[in-house]
Design a protein around this ligand. Sequence first.
Ligand code: ACM
Length: 745
Amino acid sequence: MKQLCYFIFLFIFALQFSSCIEDHADHDLSILPLPQEVEDGHGFFARDNFKIFAPEDDRSYYMNVFSDLGWDTTNENKEGKANVVIKMDYSFKEEAYELIVERKKILIRASSRKGVFYAIQSLKQLVWLNNNQIPNCKIKDEPRFSYRGMHLDVARHFHDLDFVKRYIDVMAMYKYNYFHWHLTEDQGWRIEIKKYPRLQEIAAYRDETLIGHYTDQPHQFDGKKYGGYYTQEEIKELVAYAESKQIVVIPEIEMPGHSLAALAAYPELGCSGGPYKVATKWGVFEDVYCPTEKSFAFLEDVIDEVAALFPGPYIHIGGDECPKKSWKESAFCQRLIKQEGLKDEHELQSYFIQKMEKYINQKGKKIIGWDEILEGGLAPNATVMSWRGIQGGIDAAQLNHEVIMTPTSHCYFDYYQSTDENEPLAIGGYLPLEKVYSFEPIPDALDESQQKYIKGAQGNVWTEYMPTTAQVEYMAFPRAIALAEVVWSAKTSKNYDRFLVDVEKHIAYLSDQGINVANHLYVLDLDMKTEGNGVISVSARNLPQGCSLAAKDSFGNYIREKQFELSKNTSEFFMLNKDGKVVDQKFVSFDQHNGFGAKVDLYFPPSEKYKGFGSATLVNGILADGDSYGGKEWLGFQGESMIATLNFGEMKTLNYGSIQFFNSPDSWIYPPRQLILEGSADGENWKTIIAENVKPSNNKSMLVELPTRNITTQYLRITALPHGEIKSGQGEGNQAWLFVGEIVL
Ligand code: ACM
């Protein structure tokens, strides 16, 4: 008998052991954003239905959230009989939770609804990741940042409430907690304000909409009236819906700029008195609210209705991109500047914002403004959204103001996410998934005492080029999932290769749910270098795990190497291979010329945002494509000269010369003011070849000829002096960008 027992024991042990291994291997715990701690268990929750024991006050709320999982859910009054137990434990931080899944029981511990909600979101992901089963595991989790935001511009293109709810659904899945609703713009006013019916009749509609890109000239329009707005009932419905998903809605009412639609409805609010028209194209407009008592009374009335609709702590007052022209030309504004002892129109903007802040504070709310609100003096209690980079955020934190980081470089999901030629039209720029993932919201420049002012980060979805909901989804996801990990997960556990494996499953799931999620996970990111020996070396940058680079020449011959050295005219297909499949490819033509593969030293480095392939960009035999300035073939400099010294390694006689510049003032990109060319035989003694002003041009992609015919030199120094400050139009007051393409010699 003893013997038998022993054998039975061994048999059971072996069975258990093998099933442990199998169960364990079957578990998919690819929850995103990655929880702080995940411990895998053995086996699965023995599924029948959920018998939920929860604190009485919140029972119906939790039952509702659980019903989202699609399983039968019943309320259980006795803890002992329940298989899902929700326990309040006030030692947990507000958004933290613990989730323990065992064979017979699921235990959730948290100190608030938020924590429980997030535990259920993790549970929900586990269900679909594991074929409708819940793997036994233990998760302890809490967010890194308290502000985790996504923004949606419904003014440039209006999307109905059902879509906004779907957007909220995806945000909630990834544990976002703030929805920034951009409700008013030059192109449309989207929130019902009962006291001002013309906002609904006039400001909510534009006569027509620009076709194509803003930089396409001449502008063409579709001739179709476009618009819409949310009624206050709809706003309340959305706010309640978001609240049920632990998301606070922040309404944005733009002032003093981006206000043309309101002026079209109430022209007395502008400095010239109008008439004004709701904008039909994108960009920045010079007509803005005049800082009169009438405008303040209007805005205060608007705020009264807005504050009553949004229970959250914040009202966003915009404050960005407010041209000062109409204020400069207004006798009233100039008098006001004198009367209030203000220095200039920037201080007048600050006066405007501070007055509105005071009003909003009196209503028990705090303001958020874009980083321009720093100019002319920051309103005392304002939170700053740093969008033009991170400097605004650094400045605000150093002034002990709260900051939300949303720099264009990492958080503008209206930028292209792929350099694929077939990408749908976008505003410009280039922000691939990996770059979003690499974002670190706390700048190195802040010391420990200032870091606490960085409350988190936000992804922005401006919809000029997103007329359909499918396009909004395509641009927002999966980049929003990458940002979710930035704001939720521990900095030390971030790992892009792991994220890629996980997010691929999430993309598949979201696609199954009918969401038009983009899929640019495996991006061939070419790198090019030159040592100055007339050779361009091509390799892959950031090669994803499990991927390799291959190339096929124009005759179809495969060259399977990691690095390719090119020293002649050639065309190549570069391919990113994964598991025997080509997952991305790029066709590149290299046209050799006298400067091809020269050694290039740049006196000023290009901007981090537009650094192409570094200095090799200028001499790699690839002409920059005129339109896609978000691509790699342009080097961008803001406010600085481009000073490039080419070294050919030997004396060379040049017979031709030209240099490419991008010319798109609407995108803040200007050709240089002046070009200076110098030659040298030794790199020390220089002779000026020419210094001349650059002639204006209407061409977007400019090819400026260089007078290098019959010049014999070893070194060539090319200096392109920047345009300087933009005096009027788009980007007024900012330093112009200088974009340089290929130097063809
Ligand atoms: C902005 O993108 N103008 C805030």
